[in-house]
Write a protein that binds this ligand. Structure first.
Ligand SMILES: [Zn+2]
Length: 506
């Protein structure tokens, strides 16, 4: 879709303007006029049009603004007694539902904008949605309204612009507004914590959140190909050349974290970021520590899960893995070792196929990279049997090399696969599951069972609930631990000096 590049962008302009005002924002500042104002927002102005607004009663969380004349007007067809266009009323209903459900998931309510200065006409505390004609360049955006310093971060109220003729791109306005508006409104939720989220985390979690509200929309999946085709691109890339496909496709990261550690992990990371500011990776790492895990242990697992999709889908990976694209897999050198290089939290994959056992080994800085062998059985990946290198392997599999550090300096490695005359060693037997199940342990490849009763998301929130997976079934059987994962996790945790904390918390 040609509109993909610009769609649902959070304009850096607004943040830049915000931070440029009086150094830091000490007092309220009107950052941006709105389409209802003469200046408009980023050129989007209703100008002389006949403008109306609609809110779904006094309990409505959103107000939808629209033009009844001129280029920004939506389809004005109405089947309602009050004559409000059906598309406008639908947008208000979808917006109210999304904000209500984000709140039910435990997220902060977006700050009210009724303290907005006079440059923002119509600000009344409810969240304003402006239907505008993007002329194909985009189909939505979220804009900061008024901002206040909150400790190390800046939090803002937000208004959003949404394409008035979404039916042109999405087939129906209903499908379009259910795809776009919850995404934009989640940016408003993010702005309650920190307006300077890393871009991949802002877009990735917005995609993840919209998918949580309505898993039947395939928008999360639609942006995965770019992310999966370029596994060597660091997760937190955001500079030049990083396209929307990577930013939106990074939704697979919060999807993985949620599947592994529960639906509340993203919210906890938001809270941490609001307290500490800084990078999303640091906030996530901080929260993972309370789950006896870390970025260093989780990212290699994420890389492994990403190799277990499409034809290689594994039952203990993503519930929708079979519908996901496949990561790019390279070939090992025809003869001799295979040299490679990664930077940051990225991954490389190599196809392996040998009738006779070969000793797979890697030379690399263990503080930067982890490597393991993921066997394929009947074409499908067996995540539970993945083993760290060195390992004597035969048969068909994928060698996964993944970053354990966000450092962007080069991390070189050399893979070797020399024939071995010795019989392959018997893999160590993983510890038997205990009864009752042990608490989740870093490195466990399987989704942990739901424990306790955290302030839960509303019914239907967890996409996995419809897939019959163990995440939503506390009484379900616990899957075995991956033997490689024990070794990797133990080594990583020991190096990080946090081993003592592994079982210290529930
Ligand atoms: Zn966005």
């Amino acid at each position: 879709v040609s509109a993909a590049l610009g769609r649902r962008a959070r304009p850096a302009l607004a943040v830049a303007a915000l931070l440029g005002v009086a150094g830091r924002v000490g007092a309220q500042t009107c950052v941006a006029a709105r389409p209802t104002d003469a200046e408009g927002y980023l050129g989007f102005a209703y100008e002389g049009a006949d403008v109306a607004s609609f809110a779904a009663g006094p309990g409505g969380r959103t107000v939808v603004w629209y033009a009844r004349t001129g280029p920004h007007a939506p389809d004005l067809t109405s089947t309602r007694p009050d004559g409000v266009p059906d598309h406008v009323a639908r947008a208000a209903a979808v917006g109210d539902d999304a904000l209500g459900r984000y709140e039910a998931m435990g997220f902060r309510r977006p700050p009210r904008d009724d303290d907005a200065p006079p440059c923002a006409a119509g600000a009344d505390g409810r969240l304003d949605v402006y239907l505008v004609n993007f002329q194909g360049g985009s189909d939505g955006l979220a804009a900061n309204s008024t901002c206040l310093e909150a400790g190390p971060v800046v939090a803002c109220s937000t208004f959003v612009l949404v394409e008035s003729r979404l039916e042109a791109t999405y087939g129906t306005f209903d499908r379009g507004v259910r795809t776009v508006l919850p995404h934009e409104l989640f940016h408003a939720v993010q702005n309650a914590y920190d307006v300077e989220f890393d871009r991949y985390w802002a877009e990735g979690t917005a995609q993840w959140a919209a998918d949580a509200l309505d898993p039947t929309l395939d928008d999360l999946e639609r942006f995965l190909p770019e992310f999966f085709e370029k596994p060597g691109r660091p997760l937190d890339s955001s500079g030049g050349g990083v396209v929307a496909g990577h930013l939106y496709g990074s939704a697979i990261w919060p999807a993985f974290l949620t599947r592994r550690h529960g639906a509340d992990l993203v919210r906890q990371a938001f809270e941490r970021q609001a307290q500490a500011g800084g990078r999303a990776l640091d906030a996530v790492d901080n929260v993972l520590a309370t789950h006896d895990a870390s970025i260093a242990t989780e990212f290699p697992l994420f890389a492994a899960w990403n190799a277990a999709t499409g034809q290689r889908a594994a039952p203990d990976g993503y519930p929708d893995a079979a519908a996901y694209p496949e990561v790019s897999v390279d070939a090992l050198a025809d003869a001799g070792p295979t040299a490679g290089r990664l930077a940051g939290l990225s991954a490389a994959y190599y196809a392996f196929d040998a009738e006779r056992p070969r000793r797979l080994a890697i030379e690399a800085d263990p503080s930067r990279l982890a490597a393991f062998y993921l066997p394929l059985e009947g074409g499908g990946a067996n995540l539970a049997s993945a083993m760290p290198l060195p390992f004597d392997a035969s048969g068909e599999g994928v060698i996964v090399v993944a970053g354990t550090s966000a450092s962007l300096t080069d991390a070189n490695f050399v893979l070797s696969a020399e024939p071995t005359s010795e019989p392959p060693p018997v893999p160590p037997t993983p510890p038997a599951p205990t009864t009752p199940p042990a608490p989740p342990v870093a490195g466990d490849m399987s989704p942990p069972p739901a424990t306790g009763a955290p302030a839960g998301p509303p019914p239907g929130y967890q996409r996995e609930a419809d897939e019959g997976c163990s995440l939503g079934a506390p009484s379900g059987p616990r899957r075995g631990r991956a033997p490689w994962a024990w070794a990797v996790a133990t080594a990583l945790l020991a190096r990080r000096g946090v081993r003592a904390r592994r079982r210290g918390r529930s």
